[in-house]
Structures are given as structure tokens and as C-alpha cells.
Design a protein. Structure first.
Length: 364
């Protein structure tokens, strides 16, 4: 299979438009028309990871953190990023990254962390805003079903765990076709009335172009009538962080010790214990301290993330137990998500998780 087919499968799981504005997820280096010889999965792209891929004979590296975050005017090998780029190009490697799009996706990074901890009733902590549109269109009754299905196939109608969601009202449309037109029904110059169905459905903003193409390709009219409305609804299936509940409450000490062992953390930093029982758990892999207000608002007992600022401990010490487990440690299981996606779609492809520990932070 070609590398671009593997990338397509990854992007079906976590579309690139889900990434945050600062991010640079996606193709970093290489030509994706090449046949894939194997895939190496990692959190960070380092020189050691590049060497590992070369030694294995693999030409695809899939990482969580992007290798490239800024523009370059020259490549001289002055830092590890430039050296990685130069070596990857020399050996015809493709480097592809899934960062905040994988963080924000359903069943992404934070869902994996929640699964490891054993949380139930898992939901998004900070659902994505301004990510949805409502589409309304008007279709002749006999063609309504085919147009509606085309919209669903293009990505409309998904609400939570439901799909094919729409609202349909029968009514009467009127129009007068002008000179030079070829109306589907009626005659040019004559006022025409047509029994029509008003179809309303919902779609992600990033699917607008594909949905509009499906509508225009399947609608029988020369000039289909449609409206697109931006929605203030939050997109509850996409966003930052996770909150859920443990099956049984645990003491603060028991819980933190379990997290330390589970994530193989050299040191768990935490705020002052107050003797609370831990049952409602909020979390965000990586640098997730910006979600502390959300965790407090949702009455979580503990908030787990990879990095927390010093003064955040003061600000929230009376509201919630804070547990800082390290950026790398919190996101280490992301490789398992990559593995599952690729293995399911391409069972014969050689895949390995890197054996290189790319965590730049060490503990005594």
C-alpha cells in the first residue's frame, strides 16, 4: 500500500482541521506516493528515532509531536530538528504528525488516558466551540431521499452516537425559470409550484466543501436553494480534556500511587492533600493546565495533566487535587492509538513502536 493510504486512514480518525490554531500537525517531510515499507510510531521525532527507522528499513514515521513548528531559511544542521529533516530527506523517509487533532478527536489521546485509569461515563471537558453548521435545503419530494442520503454520506447528520439525523417538513416551493434556463420541472417564463421537502441537518464546519459538493451533485435543480447557519452549540464529541468517574472512590494517596505506577512516572508533583476521596477525575495529556477552571467547574476531585505552572498550585489548592505527571508520561500511550488504526486497516504492514525513550526530562 502507498503511504498516502495510511495517512488517509489516520486522518479519517482525527481530521487535521481538528487541530488547534498554533499547531502544525500533518505531513512534515516526504512524498506520500511511495509504497510503504513499514511504519515506526513515536511520541517525538529525534535523531535516534530516525536512525531506528533506517535500521528497520521503514520509510514512514508517525509521531504525536510535530517535528517542524517554524519556518526555515536554511538547513545547516545547527540543531536536532534540522539534522532530522536533512537525514529524513537523504533516506527518503516520510514523517507525519498527529498532534492536537489527535488530542481533540473522539477516542483520541485523552480517551486513551481515561481508559488506562479506568474511568467510566467519559465525556469532553471543554467541548469545541464554533465547529458546527446547520444546513437547510429544499428538494422535490421524489428526490428528497437520495439527496438526504448523499448529505449523510458526505458527513452530515452526526449528533453524539447518533447518525443520519435530520428534520424534514413537506411544503410547497415556487419559482419562475428565466430565459435560457433548463428547469428540472416547470417551463421557462411560467410560475411553477412544486411539492418539496425542507431538509435540515447538521455538519462540522470543516466538512462544508464536501457537503456542498454532494448537495450540488445530487440536487435535481439547476439552482438549488440552501442556507448555512453557524451554530453556537458546542461540539460535544470534539474538544480538549476528559472527565469521568472511577467505579469506586480511592483515597488521594492510593490514587496518586496508582497513577505513578501506571504511567511509570519518576515523580508525581501534586498539590496539598486535604483528605478527599477521589472519584470524579478530569485530565488532559500534555500541557493541560489551561483546563483547570473547567475541571473545578465540573466538580472534579482531581485534575491530571503533564505540565502545571507554579502559581496554578496556589490558585486552585482549595478547589481540587492537582497531579502533574510529566508531558511525555501523560501522552506515551498515544503510540497505541496509532498502532490500532494502522493495524486494523493494513494488517500486513510492518509496524513497530519506537524503542527509543524520547523524554528529554530525566529523574534522579
Amino acid at each position: 500500500m502507498k503511504i498516502k493510504e495510511i495517512i488517509s486512514a489516520l486522518e479519517m480518525f482525527a481530521p487535521l482541521p481538528l487541530q488547534d490554531g498554533f499547531d502544525n500537525a500533518g505531513l512534515q517531510i516526504g512524498l506520500t506516493d511511495a509504497e510503504a515499507t513499514g511504519a515506526l510510531l513515536c511520541l517525538d521525532v529525534t535523531e535516534a528515532v530516525i536512525d531506528e527507522a533506517i535500521a528497520l528499513g521503514y520509510n514512514l514515521i508517525v509521531s504525536h509531536h510535530p517535528l517542524i513548528f517554524k519556518g526555515y531559511k536554511s538547513f545547516t544542521g545547527k540543531d536536532y530538528v534540522e539534522r532530522c529533516i536533512m537525514k529524513a530527506i537523504k533516506y527518503d523517509l516520510v514523517v507525519y504528525s498527529m498532534h492536537t487533532n489527535m488530542d481533540n478527536a473522539t477516542d483520541g489521546v485523552n480517551y486513551k488516558i481515561a481508559e488506562k485509569i479506568g474511568l467510566n461515563n467519559v465525556r469532553i471537558l471543554d467541548a469545541k466551540a464554533n465547529g458546527l453548521l446547520k444546513l437547510v435545503t429544499f428538494v422535490p419530494e421524489k428526490q428528497a431521499e437520495s439527496v438526504r442520503q448523499a448529505l449523510f454520506d458526505a458527513g452530515c447528520g452526526n449528533i453524539g452516537k447518533y447518525d443520519a439525523c435530520s428534520y424534514n417538513v413537506n411544503g410547497k416551493g415556487t419559482f419562475r425559470a428565466g430565459e435560457g434556463t433548463h428547469p428540472f420541472c416547470g417551463e421557462p417564463g411560467e410560475l411553477h409550484e412544486e411539492p418539496e421537502v425542507r431538509i435540515e441537518t447538521i455538519l462540522p464546519v470543516f466538512k462544508e466543501s464536501s457537503v456542498m459538493k454532494a448537495l450540488l451533485d445530487t440536487h435535481p435543480y439547476e439552482e438549488p436553494a440552501y442556507d448555512l447557519y453557524p451554530l453556537r452549540n458546542t461540539w460535544s464529541q470534539v474538544g480538549a480534556g476528559i472527565i469521568g468517574e472511577l467505579k469506586e472512590p480511592e483515597s488521594e494517596t492510593e490514587f496518586l500511587k496508582r497513577i505513578k505506577q501506571l504511567f511509570e512516572v519518576g515523580c508525581v508533583k501534586h498539590s496539598r492533600m486535604k483528605g478527599r476521596l477521589i472519584q470524579t477525575v478530569a485530565l488532559c495529556g500534555g500541557s493541560g493546565a489551561f483546563l483547570l477552571p473547567n475541571a473545578v467547574k465540573c466538580h472534579a476531585d482531581v485534575f491530571i495533566t503533564g505540565e502545571v505552572k507554579y502559581h496554578d498550585y496556589f490558585s486552585y489548592e482549595n478547589d481540587i487535587l492537582i497531579a502533574e505527571i510529566g508531558h511525555y508520561e501523560s501522552e506515551q500511550y498515544t503510540k497505541e492509538i496509532f498502532y490500532s488504526i494502522i493495524r486494523e486497516k493494513f494488517p500486513t504492514l510492518d509496524i513497530q513502536m519506537t524503542r527509543v525513550n524520547t523524554n528529554p526530562i530525566k529523574y534522579l
